[in-house]
Design a protein. Structure first.
Length: 56
C-alpha cells in the first residue's frame, strides 16, 4: 500500500460519505494503523494511478 500521509498544513476539504462507507474506511484505517484521512488519500491516489495506467 502507498505510504501517503497528509500534513496539518494541507488544504482542508469537506467530504460527505455514506455512513456505511465511512465505517468501512474507519475499520480499514484502524487495521492499517493510520487515520481515516490517510486511508482515503492512499486509496484515492491508488485509484488515480490505476486510471492513468489504463489510459483514462
Amino acid at each position: 500500500m502507498d505510504m501517503l500521509y497528509t500534513q496539518n498544513k494541507s488544504e482542508k476539504f469537506m467530504l460527505r460519505l455514506p455512513e456505511r462507507m465511512k465505517e468501512e474506511i474507519r475499520r480499514m484505517a484502524e487495521m492499517d494503523g493510520i487515520s481515516i484521512n490517510s486511508a482515503i488519500v492512499q486509496r484515492l491516489a491508488r485509484c488515480l494511478r490505476e486510471e492513468r495506467a489504463d489510459g483514462q
